[in-house]
Design a binder for this molecule. Sequence first.
Ligand code: NAD
Ligand code: UFG
Length: 345
Amino acid sequence: MKILLTGGAGYIGSHTAVTLSAEGLEPVVLDNFSNSHPVVMERLAHLCGGPLTLEQGDVLDTPWLTGVLLRHQPVAVVHFAGDKAVGESVAQPLKYFHNNIGGAVSLMRAMVQAVAEGGWPRPPALVFSSSATVYGDPATVPITEDFPRSHTNPYGHTKLVIEDMLSAQHAADPSWRVGVLRYFNPVGAHPSGLIGEDPDGMPNNLMPFVAQVAIGRRPHLSVFGNDYPTPDGTGVRDYIHVMDLASGHVAAVRALLAKPGSFTVNLGTGQGHSVLDMVRAFERASGRPVPYRIAPRRAGDVAQCWADPGRARTLLGWQATRSLDDMCADAWRWQSGNPNGYRSP
Ligand code: NAD
Ligand code: UFG
């Protein structure tokens, strides 16, 4: 049973590919390597016991994508491909509307086309990478899926629009099966240390930055604000091990294949940790100091954000199992074994 992973060479896609393969499913990786490195395919071959099929190309290319669906006949598609840097989305909104919304439209049209041509005789099943960013600044925590949605930047806006497009398509054609997964804060790496998060340039997110400070690539971490209404004043998030997130995708695919319908679920642990909790956990895991300085708040940040993961447990039979120490130990194994990510000599 093939599963097509758009953006399958990226951070979350590559971990999901390994997990699907370990579960006896056959991932087909589709990527244009705009934010990933082809070396990941060699690492995936090693972890999966043989090379994975790669379709190198752009999700914006609808006719090509239709051909990919007809050629591989996947039982489901997981749509990871897209741009994800919040700050860049503010500076270049059109890039995000084009690639993220345009990419989702292109994929959905290709799926409709493949079915219409009669060569892909199955109910379309699509899992979509959404984000806790759709909750904007939540009034309370933990966050359930029926909290009001809003957006504070063009990246978040694209996630909201794509969620709405998916529900409109499901309403128009109820044979579509759609799983919307709202990720909280994915961190960590595969326990082998062979694949992990490899940001290009200055990391935007906390954990890759902390890892780069621990390895000595950067002198110190800037902690964005210590005057939030949280126990230690720093921002609180729901950090989830990327391998737990990956198994959430397997559970979502299985649920979509098992019965008709659509769902939206949070993928989080249900626990919040502060920036300083993360610094201390990383110091423990790495045995290295992580010097930090308190800096002004980052525009657009919320004080706290963590999930109520109950719906995923009930609907998918899934829950996160890995601890903060697992997240940091695995992130450190990846970072110390690959100090320059996939570009290491
Ligand atoms: P990533 O950048 O590592 O992976 C995305 C992959 O998509 C990359 O390999 C990139 O080359 C590819 N891609 C981008 N545009 C493409 C296109 N037009 N055609 C083909 N391939 C294309 O990102 P990630 O962290 O793995 O995130 C995956 C998805 O999850 C994204 O949609 C992201 O918005 C979402 N998400 C990520 C986080 C997070 O913190 N990492 C949180 C919530 C949601
Ligand atoms: N932080 C720092 N210093 C840094 C980076 C981050 O103190 O150098 C703090 C932030 O202020 C925040 C916490 O660390 O309190 C986490 O920040 P991240 O940038 O790692 O994560 P965010 O929660 O801000 O955003 C992430 C993704 C978004 C996604 C959101 C919810 O980047 O795309 O999670 O899923 F929408």
